[in-house]
Write a protein that binds this ligand. Sequence first.
Ligand SMILES: [Zn+2]
Length: 350
Amino acid sequence: MILRSFLIKNDALQSEKRHSTMILDSMILAGLKGLATLASGLGKQKKLFVLIYHRVLDVPDFMRPGEVDIQAFSWQMALLAKYFNVLSFSEAFEKLKTNSLPARAVCITFDDGYADNLHNAVPILKKNNLTATFFIASGYLDGGRMWNDSVIEAVRIMPKTELDLTNIELGLYPITTPAQKEAAARDIIIKLKYLEPKQRLRLSQKIAELAGAVPDNLMLTTGQLIQLHQQGMEIGGHTVTHPILAKLAPNLALQEIGDNKKALEKLLNTEIRYFAYPNGKLGKDYMPEHIDTVKKAGYQAAFSTQCGVVTVSSDFWQLARFTPWDKTPARFMFRMLTMYRNTAKNSIKQ
Ligand SMILES: [Zn+2]
């Protein structure tokens, strides 16, 4: 009896504590909203915050610690819907050019074309009445797999305690624990990333062969991409095979950019107006001449992965994007606030 009344009292205390934490959290978020209104710019020259995502996982994945899962994406979208003004990029871009953006204007973007964008992201976006732009690498539709995913998925399922890649000069890795597997895949990806595209593909395929059955349903099918588009989501270009453009001959870069645009336009029967550079760092992943290639292909604007926010004086061919990695709404919003100061122009570091 005593124990029962103690438990009831304890439950009541806990729920009171939860309630006051919730009140405190919403007070903090309301305060941050006021600061965001100021930070996003007063008068006509307002700033546009563009978030970048890749995947929305079912549950947290030790092999992909940088990706959000359904639970995190849910509170992040609820936060954006409540405290910001989320626009489609085409609407935001028009408003940016005419100095008529609302305060706290935000766009949501996804790169690559993962199937979980349709299964997991779209229902959450719809629930919050939000829209997003999805940049698609068209060469991986219908069962394709990006080379980095081949490495991640292969290392994940390897039953051994050690991964010996010394015969292909990629080293020796202990892979007994999940943390070791994640570190091994990360290290291999760093070593492969800037190799010649053919060699990068060959080596990643070799690693996948060592593991056996690696999944081939990570990316969207053409049917799923059509559904994504029909759900009111905007589709953008992201090359055919997601190469490091800076490593390609000019004619191949033109082909990657142009063929991707044409394939998506044919499939969706609509004009593809915006582009995102694969990997997205100027001077490392793409060069100034690729900006001309993107313009010539008929695009209207392009995104990099440089951190920052967009203003009317930003380079519309290298728009900055950023997503906070924080695990709580208040910290996430606070980091967005700090990013409003970052409107640096793109430049190649000498
Ligand atoms: Zn990408």
